[in-house]
Ligand binder design. Structure first.
Ligand code: ADP
Ligand code: MG
Length: 270
């Protein structure tokens, strides 16, 4: 997928750095679902956040795209606190791909992709020529052109995921945040989506369920356990059998195929 010509009209990809410092959040004062999290994602890196169900991964992401205000600590985008920037500015700079999709509305694939331009639109003006061009390029780049008139809600899971990533791409963001982008996809489509994300310009922050895929596709991994960061670093550093066993309450066994590469893991119940 992807084609160098497609890059022609898009601004050179900007990549932002993200600094999370002492971050806590909870639904009520004093009740923290995530607590005292600190991590850094350098410009252009791909961070995979892994951890068991209910560990606080989606809650962390919500803080990173400014959906909820931290109870304590901060999230900084290129050094600037997210809450000192307007929501519109954040929407221009951070694209979000979530599981929930606009299933009940009769939007075409093209309409959904075009929505990525909304933060850049001036008032109620019509779509600009550039909006149309960027949408056409993203449809090409993600091999969606043949589906552009189809209704989004009728697509397969893998196709929907490509459409949502295309919508993120036309937004020209500095960071793309994705919550379990490979959920419900077969292994081929999981690999395709991850390879695609690897080829995009922006900094990537995503939650992933598959630890071995995280080791393959991320430059950094954070392991979340009970609302805290249990390990953070390169896949080689962060992914140890001991940490994974503790976080997921299983016996994880590490296998290193090539010395310089991160381990692969097999799992069994304790
Ligand atoms: P993960 O994405 O790792 O599966 P979540 O971040 O969705 O976990 O949730 C972590 C925990 O916090 C879960 O137990 C969830 O039920 C709880 N939780 C999340 N959001 C809220 C909320 N707004 N109010 C109360 N509890 C919440
Ligand atoms: Mg989640």
């Amino acid at each position: 997928m992807g084609n160098a010509n497609n890059q022609a009209g898009r601004s050179a990809s900007k990549q932002a750095r993200l600094d999370v410092d002492g971050l806590s959040w909870g639904p009520r004062p004093g009740q923290h679902i995530i607590a005292n999290m600190s991590l850094t994602v350098a410009a252009g890196e791909r961070l995979a956040i892994i951890g068991p169900n209910g560990a606080g991964k989606s809650t962390l992401l919500r803080c990173l795209y400014r959906a909820v205000r931290p109870a304590r600590g901060s999230v900084r985008l290129d050094g600037i606190d997210l809450w000192s920037i307007s929501p519109r500015e954040v929407a221009k700079r951070i694209a979000v791909v979530l599981q929930e999709t606009p299933a009940d509305f009769p939007f075409s694939v093209r309409d959904v992709v075009m929505m990525g331009r909304i933060p850049h639109r001036k008032g109620l003006s019509r779509w600009s020529e550039r909006d149309h061009d960027l949408t056409a390029m993203a449809l090409d780049e993600l091999e969606l052109r043949h589906l552009s008139r189809r209704q989004f809600s009728c697509l397969s899971g893998g196709e929907k995921q490509r459409v949502l990533i295309a919508r993120a791409v036309v937004q020209e963001p500095e960071i793309i945040i994705l919550d379990e982008p490979t959920n419900h996809l077969d292994i081929r489509h999981q690999l395709e989506i991850l390879a695609l994300l690897k080829g995009l310009g922006p900094t990537i922050v995503m939650t992933l369920h598959d630890i071995n895929l995280a080791a393959d596709f991320a430059t950094k991994v954070a392991i979340i356990q009970s609302g805290r960061i249990a390990g953070h670093g390169s896949p080689q550093e962060a992914l140890t059998a001991q940490r994974i066993s503790a976080a997921f309450d299983v016996t994880a066994c590490a296998h290193r195929v090539v010395d310089a590469e991160p381990s692969r893991f097999t799992f069994s119940l304790i």
